[in-house]
Design a protein around this ligand. Structure first.
Ligand code: GDP
Length: 456
């Protein structure tokens, strides 16, 4: 499906930079660029070559540029693509884009280059979505997951499942042709086994979203504890600088502060909250309410207590108040520089709650805490080359696939006619296809690509 028009956009970030790259894609990309370029005749050059020259508007030289040529189908979009590297002035970039539009190009819509790459078969839909993830990846782990998806890891798995289902669908279609004769080409128990197997894979993929999402978005982590426990000091120790304000007066960290801590490629989004002590004034009360609210939105809670100031029963009380099922809870005994006495031994923690003793001020055992955070939040769930779902759209499509497959299973157990089975299998195929894009609607594509930036 080749486009008839040629699109243009700035591919590098807007603003001043050393260079800016303007990209053109479409049948006339090379001739449009050639019409304003003084240098070699671009129409006569080979693919994957770079040419130096000037770009002129009438007789005014706009800039000295380098032009890279990619001749269809050997390009990102599989169309003719020209990339013009200019000096990074906003004036030059805007003038050149305007000139290209005057010469017949059209301003590209968000994600339109990648949309064309998808429509022309360069990649499937989940790979196109991975391009957006890759561009926005901000940690080693999110980069790795996006890269794996872009290279087709996830798609290949789905394609294999889909092909097996298509095989059965065609056998059942065949039965419909012979409906008078009451024959079964599709072996029901084999179909049942296949569906159970697919169901298992889909369940695993859906479950992987929890970790996949954590890797893509980071892990919301709250640091909570009574005033003066050392939360702000700990935040600074973890981040290794002085971003949160530390003070001697109880309850001064009134608002929440959010910072990102990267532990072995995983982003922990750290939120330092006001104390959890019963509030005595209203500003503190707002802070406290916020603490509970932030905890309810978080996956990990670091509960900090002052080993000297709190009794074992007070600590237990706090933990009871803050703990909830599903929350990864890490208790931190702070200020062990002041005393490493028997108090630590008295503290009894509920099952599943781990505890690490540190000195935030002296930055002692901070690495132990980091290791514990990683182990509890990620552990050994992240391995090389594993497929992780990071996109809620994919989860929804997988859930719908699963529902259709359940109906097929029911239809096998309480036998229904082949046409009903065929219908449910088709539904399942439809939803699986929505992920890779073998089934698409304009709405779906609009929805996905409108989230891209212009130029991608
Ligand atoms: P927050 O109210 O929980 O945020 O507590 P802060 O981080 O503001 O710390 C309260 C006080 O405890 C400050 O004076 C810190 O210097 C002190 N403090 C924090 N951590 C330690 C520590 O590990 N050892 C000692 N001795 N003092 C600490």
């Amino acid at each position: 499906m080749q486009s008839t028009d040629t699109i243009v956009a700035l591919a590098t970030p807007a603003g001043v930079g050393a260079i800016g790259v303007i990209r053109l894609s479409g049948p006339d990309a090379i001739s449009i660029a050639n019409s304003v370029f003084r240098g070699k005749d671009l129409n006569k050059q080979a693919s994957h070559t770079i040419h130096f020259g000037t770009i002129r508007s009438e007789e005014t030289i706009l800039d000295e540029v380098l032009i890279s040529l990619f001749i269809a189908p050997h390009s990102y979009t599989k169309e003719n693509v020209v990339e013009i590297s200019t000096h990074g002035s906003q004036f030059i970039i805007e003038s050149i884009i305007r000139l290209m539009i005057k010469k017949g190009a059209r301003a590209a819509k968000p994600g339109e280059f990648t949309l064309r790459a998808f429509l022309n078969g360069s990649m499937d839909l989940s790979q196109a979505e991975a391009v957006a993830d890759l561009i926005s990846s901000n940690s080693a782990a999110s980069h790795q997951v996006a890269m794996q998806q872009m290279r087709g890891g996830f798609s290949n798995q789905l394609k294999a499942l889909r092909e097996q289902l298509i095989h059965f669908a065609s056998l059942i279609e065949l039965e419909l042709d012979f409906s008078e004769e009451d024959v079964e080409f599709a072996n029901r128990s084999q179909l049942q086994q296949l569906i159970l197997q697919i169901d298992g894979v889909i369940t695993e993929l859906i479950q992987s979203f929890e970790l996949g999402n954590v890797i893509k978005e980071g892990i919301n982590t709250v640091i909570a504890g009574r005033p003066n426990a050392g939360k702000s000091t700990l935040l600074n120790a973890l981040l290794n600088d002085d971003r949160a304000i530390v003070s001697h007066i109880a309850g001064t960290t009134r608002d929440t502060i959010e910072e990102v801590l990267n532990i072995r490629g995983i982003n922990f989004r750290l939120i330092d909250t006001a104390g959890i002590r019963e509030a005595t004034d209203t500003i503190e009360a707002i802070g406290v309410e916020k603490t509970m609210q932030k905890i309810s939105q978080s996956a990990v809670l670091i509960y900090v207590f002052d080993v000297l100031a709190l009794s074992a029963s007070e600590i237990s009380e706090d933990i009871e108040r803050l703990h909830r099922p599903g929350l990864t809870f890490v208790a931190v005994a702070n200020k062990i520089d002041l005393s490493i006495n028997d108090r630590l031994k008295e503290i009894k923690l509920p099952e599943g709650v781990s505890f690490v003793a540190i000195s935030a001020r002296e930055k002692k055992h901070i690495d132990d805490l980091k290791n514990m955070l990683y182990e509890k939040a990620v552990g050994n769930r992240l391995s090389d080359n594993q497929t992780l779902i990071t996109n809620i759209r994919h989860v929804e499509a997988l859930q719908k696939t699963q529902e259709s497959l359940q109906r097929v299973l029911q239809g096998i157990e309480n036998p229904v006619t082949s046409d009903f089975l065929a219908m449910d299998i088709k539904q399942a195929l439809h939803y699986l296809g929505e992920i890779t894009g073998s089934v698409t609607t304009d709405d779906l594509l609009d929805n996905i690509f409108s989230k891209f930036c212009i130029g991608k």
